[in-house]
Ligand binder design. Structure first.
Ligand code: NAD
Ligand code: TYD
Length: 353
């Protein structure tokens, strides 16, 4: 194990973004050992990593970040040198239905990890704790303006409140104990391996299966979409070259209202499926709005661009087409990850909405 230059614990590596971060690190950094630490909740699936799980520099540990013994065992077994922390409960609608899981994993779990990292590294130089967070901690924008790193925190959903709390703890461990932390706050991601409860994969799945497309409220809420592989590259760049104790906003200046986005997807899918123009749009169904629905998120990523030279590698149109192609070619992945208890959840959340 000492042959590996770094031994990085990636938490939540079986989830959507985590699996892209693990894939990138395993493929491009053979001199690092990548230890994927994941509880495998409904959102975590080892199917996501089939293409890299046989590589020499990859290990998987099933564990819960809330559980001190699980975290301690992983730190000791692999002599962990760095952490990239993505494990979280991540879906806003679920946080509205039941906030406590979000408090446990996102807040208590993060503090548990911070505490073990602090004890393990004991002030030694060179060990990084990179915390992956969201732009939702900044609250909701009106028609104008962008979130910057110095925008005051104003979380408004139980999900964003739990992420804001975890961000504050990461910052506190830096200021109080000198832990070498880095943070990134990213806008909405899309791409392959995205669990089909979030807007884009849910819409692709429902269009394909001729099911209603549930648009909340009037569909006028705005999100700023970034291709997940560009987020993964940003995380790896910040982990290596970002300044200690700093946070970096990640986003692609790519704002869409939900209804514009759903219509665009319908047109793309009509073309891919050989349907007549306008056929999929007939599935759009306006449903009861989300409680406390944030109006607009939009990121100013100038700091990341200026300091680290990061920019998105592809346009939204290219990324969305790649994403749709992936879902069309991997229908059985959707069946696998949505088997189990998901169908009951989906019926309660969406079909009865
Ligand atoms: P996801 O829900 O797809 O994956 C989360 C992963 O964490 C799953 O593999 C799950 O099994 C694991 N996990 C959950 N609870 C755990 C626990 N107690 N112990 C160990 N593992 C646990 O989430 P995602 O969309 O990939 O998001 C990853 C991170 O990025 C999160 O921290 C999220 O807040 C942040 N983020 C997400 C987005 C987005 O658009 N999805 C944008 C910005 C930031
Ligand atoms: P989501 O993918 O849940 O991400 P977040 O809430 O973290 O931004 O939702 C993106 C947007 O799409 C958000 O404004 C809520 C809306 N939405 C719908 O209109 N219908 C849906 O079925 C879902 C899941 C989301």
């Amino acid at each position: 194990m000492e042959d590996f230059q770094k031994r990085i614990l990636v938490t939540g590596g079986a989830g959507f973004i985590g699996s892209h971060v693990v894939r990138l690190l395993v493929n491009e950094y053979p001199h690092y050992l990548i230890v994927n630490f994941d509880r495998l909740t409904y959102a975590g699936n080892l199917e996501n990593l089939r293409d890299v799980d046989q590589k020499d520099n990859y290990r998987f540990v099933k564990g819960d970040i809330v559980n001190a013994a699980d975290v301690q065992a992983a730190f000791e077994s692999y002599d962990i040198t760095d952490v990239i922390h993505l494990a979280a409960e991540s879906h806003v609608d679920r946080s509205i239905e039941g906030p406590m899981d979000f408090v446990m994993t996102n807040v208590v779990g993060t503090v548990n990890l911070l505490q073990h990292a602090k004890e393990k590294w004991n002030g030694e130089e060179g060990h990084i704790f990179h915390h992956v967070s969201t732009d939702e901690v900044y609250g909701s924008l009106g028609e104008e303006g962008l979130f910057r790193e110095d925008t005051p925190y104003d979380p408004r959903s139980p999900y964003s409140a739990s992420k804001a709390s975890s961000d504050h703890f990461v910052s506190a461990y830096h200021h109080t104990y000198g832990l070498l932390v880095k943070m990134s706050n990213c806008s909405n991601n899309y791409g392959s391996h995205h669990f089909p409860e979030k807007l884009i994969p849910l819409m692709i799945h429902n269009i394909l299966n001729n099911k209603p497309l549930p648009v909340y409220g009037k569909g006028e809420n705005v999100r700023d979409w970034l291709w997940v592989e560009d987020h993964a590259k940003a995380i790896v760049a910040i982990f290596h070259k970002g300044r200690i104790g700093e946070s970096y906003n990640v986003g692609g200046l790519n704002e869409w209202t939900n209804i514009e986005l759903v219509r665009f997807l319908c047109q793309l899918m009509d073309r891919k499926l050989g349907r007549s123009v306008g056929e999929s749009e007939k599935l759009i169904s306006y449903v009861t709005d989300r409680k406390g629905h944030d109006l607009r998120y939009a990121i100013d990523a100038t700091k990341l661009q200026n300091e680290l030279g990061w920019t998105p590698s592809i346009t939204f149109e290219e990324g969305l087409e790649k994403t749709v192609d992936w879902y069309l070619a991997n229908n059985e992945w959707v069946d696998k990850v949505t088997s189990g208890t998901y169908q009951t959840y989906y019926t309660n959340m969406y079909e009865n909405r």
